[in-house]
Design a protein around this ligand. Structure first.
Ligand SMILES: *[C@@H]1O[C@H](CO)[C@@H](O)[C@H](O)[C@H]1NC(C)=O
Ligand SMILES: *[C@@H]1O[C@H](CO)[C@@H](O)[C@H](O)[C@H]1NC(C)=O
Ligand SMILES: *[C@@H]1O[C@H](CO)[C@@H](O)[C@H](O)[C@H]1NC(C)=O
Ligand SMILES: *[C@@H]1O[C@H](CO)[C@@H](O)[C@H](O)[C@H]1NC(C)=O
Length: 279
């Protein structure tokens, strides 16, 4: 007997195979960016064409929004890039940046602290590609996060932009040696002609106990995220800042959009399971 659920699961097969794990991870990163308020306050839109994973010595690959200590993120990470699918080609030059977008709720129009800025990055190797800074122009050397004690969980955002041949670095940021300082990152991107944004991720670092009020976000429910590893389970909730007393903020609004995106593979799986057992 062919049950309805079996037919339903067959109907969903193409969707299950159309999305591979990288695409699910990219959707998870998008959800984390909305959830943490980085979209729309820092980036008005965020449609990555690749997954960006940071790999810190002694820590390994981190998950989006993972809470890390100053010590863990003191050395520069490897920046590993996996295209969404085989039709995404990533050759040419890229600009890599790490900026401190501060706590959730920060007015990003006031700027961000620059922790890393490298022009002329190339991607080498394969599966994943490695964003090599070796023959690139490092404008600001990697400077590990050092948020002030009590200032809350700062969001450190690492972004990889396409650097077209028309790219023109602004004064003060056109040669190595630019210090760690505040700049308006989106102005830099716009004025220098960077783009599009290829991939990004973020992590948080907090020093001491927050004495500031941090806007809350709805937590990303780790069980609904695809392929979350054991080490990532504590981290996936860190897209939300751990101040449960704070009032729900506008960014909490995004959680619905997030879960509907993330849930779809789970729905497919459940349909499969039903089809298998009932069919
Ligand atoms: C490949 O990924 C890009 C970026 O996410 C997307 O725009 C495009 O539609 C995808 N192509 C296929 C064939 O899935
Ligand atoms: C899955 O994504 C990776 C990432 O680039 C891609 O190389 C691979 O071709 C994709 N696999 C399928 C079956 O689409
Ligand atoms: C990636 O390239 C950097 C040099 O830019 C190198 O230090 C690092 O070891 C490489 N990482 C991996 C995982 O290959
Ligand atoms: C909440 O989401 C709705 C629909 O996506 C949107 O129209 C509205 O502006 C959002 N509200 C806030 C406060 O972000």
């Amino acid at each position: 007997m062919i049950s309805l659920s079996f037919i339903l699961s067959l109907a969903l097969v193409p969707f299950a195979f159309a999305q591979n794990n990288t695409q699910l991870q990219i959707e998870a990163i998008e959800a984390h960016f909305s959830n943490a308020g980085l979209v729309p306050s820092l980036l008005t839109t965020f449609v990555p064409e690749a997954e960006l994973v940071l790999d810190f010595t002694g820590v390994g690959s981190i998950t989006p929004g993972q809470a890390l200590s100053k010590t863990q993120v003191a050395p520069a990470p490897s920046v590993l890039i996996t295209p969404a699918n085989s039709s995404v080609t990533l050759d040419g030059s890229f600009t890599l940046a790490m900026i401190d977008a501060d706590i959730v709720g920060t007015d990003e129009t006031e700027g961000q602290t620059r922790h890393w800025l490298v022009n002329g990055v190339t991607l080498s190797g394969s599966s994943p590609l490695n964003a090599s800074t070796e023959s690139a122009t490092t404008i600001t050397n990697y400077a590990g996060p050092g948020p002030a004690a009590g200032s809350g969980a700062h969001r450190y955002v690492v972004l990889l932009y396409t650097q077209p041949s028309t790219f023109s670095a602004p004064d003060g940021l056109n040669a190595p040696g630019a210090p760690v300082e505040k700049f308006v990152f989106t102005d830099y991107v716009k004025n220098s002609g960077l783009g599009p944004l290829v991939a990004a991720t973020y992590f948080t670092v907090e020093e001491g106990t927050a004495t500031v009020t941090v806007s809350s976000t709805a937590a990303v429910v780790s069980s609904t995220l695809p392929a979350v590893t054991a080490s990532g389970s504590s981290s996936s909730a860190s897209g939300s800042v751990s101040s449960s007393s704070a009032a729900p903020s506008a960014t909490g609004n995004n959680s619905g959009a997030m879960s509907s995106k993330i849930m779809s593979p789970a729905v497919v799986f459940v349909a499969f399971a039903l089809g298998f057992f009932l069919g």
